[in-house]
Design a protein around this ligand. Structure first.
Ligand code: SF4
Length: 227
């Protein structure tokens, strides 16, 4: 697999937010979200064999725990990453897969917890979600909408309603997009959509979603990589 980085930090963008987690970040993405904070994954990466990646995971966390497979878009390396996720499960790790939802997910092992984006219009990549992936979701999976505006919020709310998603997955996450050039202050002024505004819309609508903030952006400098 082509790997950008492997490191240990806190999970920051799901209902698992706050737990220690190893991140295996794969190279390459076929989308170009306007607010992407992972552009450094688009090219390069080091070719690593499955044994080598597993050895690093075991070094960072010898007694199990959470491993998140992320990117870029990890499912672009489906042929290698799918058996690797199964291998992690066999070694008793809890595996999270963070994916854009554009690639087919039917081959992902059933015990992997999928955290699947549905790209909203202001990401510049709206309409890329593969609707067949809704059939691959189970009750332990999570759907994430990163929002930049009121129109994104309305798109996400309509999508959840039209596909009757409430109750079909473990969580529906509405998360304000972060400015990709944010640096310095660890606060919500870097959000493209004010979290307070989003919270008020969600309360007014009795939204079935839960508000998510990118925890690591509030702990470390938002420009820092590898956290
Ligand atoms: S799918 Fe993820 S990695 Fe790819 S451009 Fe969008 S935010 Fe960046």
């Amino acid at each position: 697999m082509h790997i950008i980085e492997i490191y240990k930090s806190l999970q920051g963008e799901s209902t698992y937010t706050g737990v220690p987690c190893i991140f295996v970040r794969l190279a390459g993405c076929n989308l170009r979200c306007t607010w992407c904070d992972s552009e450094y994954t688009f090219q390069g990466g080091r070719k690593m064999a499955s044994d080598e990646i597993m050895a690093e995971v075991q070094r960072l966390s010898p007694s199990g725990g959470f491993v998140e497979i992320t990117g870029g878009e990890p499912m672009l390396q489906e042929r290698e990453v799918v058996p690797f996720m199964q291998r992690l499960l066999d070694e008793h790790y809890t595996v999270l897969l963070e994916t854009s939802g554009e690639r087919p997910l039917a081959s992902v092992p059933a015990d992997v917890i999928k955290i699947v984006d549905v790209k909203c219009p202001d990401s510049g990549e709206g309409d890329t979600f593969d609707l067949k992936n809704l059939d691959a979701l189970t009750r332990k999976d999570e759907l994430k909408f990163v929002l930049s505006s009121r129109s994104d919020y309305e798109f996400a709310s309509d999508f959840v309603r039209e596909h009757s998603l409430a109750g079909r997955v473990n969580a529906i996450l509405f998360s304000p997009a972060f400015r990709k050039d944010a640096t310095g202050g660890r606060d919500s002024s870097h959000c493209l959509l004010d979290p307070q505004q989003l919270a008020e819309w969600m309360i007014a609508d009795d939204s079935p979603a839960r508000l998510g903030l990118q925890l690591h952006k509030f702990i470390w400098d938002p420009a820092l990589k590898g956290v």
